[in-house]
Design a protein around this ligand. Structure first.
Ligand code: C5P
Length: 288
C-alpha cells in the first residue's frame, strides 16, 4: 500500500463535562460523555521512502508542527520505522472549538500510518502513543461513543440514542489551558454515574468550563443567548468556543429552521448527526 486518500477524522461533542478534582501535576479529573458527530476533516497519506514527514494544508493553514506531524514523529520514534509520509489535510472542523479536531486528526494519522507503514501495532499501543499527544486522542482511537473519566484516559464505550445537533462556532476561539487554569473554575462537582446519565442523556449534567468561558469570551455568551431566543438549549462543548443544542434523532425542534435563517454573519453553523461508531473503528487490532 503506497497511499491512503480521504481518510476521515470526525469531531466530538461533550454532552456534559464535570470537573471532579485536580491532580498534583495540575491536570484535571473529569467525567464526561464524548459523542462522535459527522462534522469531519479528511486526510490524505502518501508513503515516502526517505523517512521525511511533510504536510500540505489543503484548506486553512495549520501550525508548522501540528498534531498529525507530531503523531507521525511519535510513531517513528516508538517503532524505529524508517518510512516517511506526506500528509494532506482537508480541514473542516474549526480549531479552538472544543470539538477535538486536532486530536481526531492525530488519531486518524496514527491509524492510517499503522497501515501505510505496515506496523500492525495493537490499539493499546497506539493509545499509549496517543495519550502523549493530547488527552482526547485515545477516545478517537478507540472509536466508540464513551463515558470518559480520569484526565481523559479512562474510556468506557457506551451506546447513545441517535442524535441530531446544531453546532455553532463563533469566530473567537478559546485556549484550553487558559480556561482550565482559571482561579474561578469549579473543580468539585460530585461523582456522576452512567445510569444517572442514561436516564436523561441529552439533558444530564452541565459543563463546568462554561461559566468561565462565558466570562472570557462574549461570543460564547452571545451564541447561548441566540439559541435561547430560538427555544434551543445551548451548551458549550469541551473548553469551547463551539456551542451545541441536541435532540433525539428525528425530533427536530420547530424553531430550528427559523434559527438557521437568522444566523449572525461570521458564525459557523452546522446541523450534524451523531455517529454510532468512528468510521475507522476496527482499523487496529484490539486483542494483542
Ligand atoms: O491534553 P490536551 O492538549 O488536550 O490539554 C490541553 C490543556 O488542557 C492541558 O495542558 C491542561 O492545561 C488542560 N487540561 C487539564 N485537564 C485535563 C485535560 C486538559 O487541565 N483533563
Amino acid at each position: 500500500m503506497k497511499a491512503l486518500y480521504d481518510v476521515p477524522a470526525p469531531a466530538k461533542l461533550n454532552l456534559f463535562l464535570h470537573i471532579t478534582g485536580r491532580r498534583a501535576d495540575g491536570y484535571h479529573l473529569l467525567q464526561s460523555v464524548f459523542m462522535l458527530i459527522d462534522w469531519q476533516d479528511r486526510l490524505h497519506f502518501e508513503r515516502r521512502a526517505d523517512g521525511l514527514i511533510t504536510r500540505e494544508d489543503l484548506t486553512m493553514p495549520l501550525p508548522q508542527v501540528d498534531l498529525t506531524v507530531r503523531a507521525a514523529q511519535a510513531l517513528q520514534a516508538r517503532t524505529g520505522c524508517g518510512l516517511g509520509v506526506h500528509i494532506g489535510i482537508h480541514k473542516s472542523i474549526p480549531a479552538q472549538a472544543g470539538m477535538g479536531g486536532g486530536s481526531s486528526d492525530a488519531a486518524t494519522c496514527l491509524l492510517a500510518l499503522n497501515r501505510l507503514w505496515g506496523l500492525n501495532l495493537p490499539l493499546n499501543t497506539l493509545c499509549q502513543i496517543g495519550e502523549t499527544l493530547g488527552a482526547d486522542v485515545p477516545f478517537f482511537l478507540r472509536g466508540h461513543n464513551a463515558w470518559v473519566e480520569g484526565i481523559g484516559e479512562h474510556i468506557t464505550p457506551i451506546d447513545l440514542p441517535a442524535a441530531g445537533t446544531l453546532v455553532v462556532k463563533p469566530p473567537a476561539g478559546l485556549s484550553t489551558p487558559a480556561i482550565f487554569s482559571s482561579p474561578g473554575l469549579r473543580r468539585n462537582t460530585g461523582t456522576a454515574t452512567i445510569s444517572g446519565f442514561a436516564a436523561n442523556p441529552f439533558g444530564f449534567g452541565h459543563n463546568d468550563l462554561q461559566p468561565i468561558a462565558r466570562t472570557m469570551c462574549a461570543e460564547v455568551e452571545q451564541v447561548i443567548e441566540w439559541m435561547a431566543l430560538h427555544g434551543l438549549q445551548g451548551r458549550m462543548t469541551g473548553s469551547g468556543s463551539a456551542v451545541f443544542a441536541v435532540w433525539p434523532s428525528g425530533d427536530e425542534p420547530n424553531a430550528l429552521r427559523e434559527a438557521l435563517a437568522s444566523t449572525p454573519p461570521g458564525w459557523l453553523v452546522k446541523q450534524c448527526s451523531s455517529m454510532e461508531v468512528h468510521p475507522l473503528c476496527g482499523w487496529a487490532t484490539s486483542d494483542k
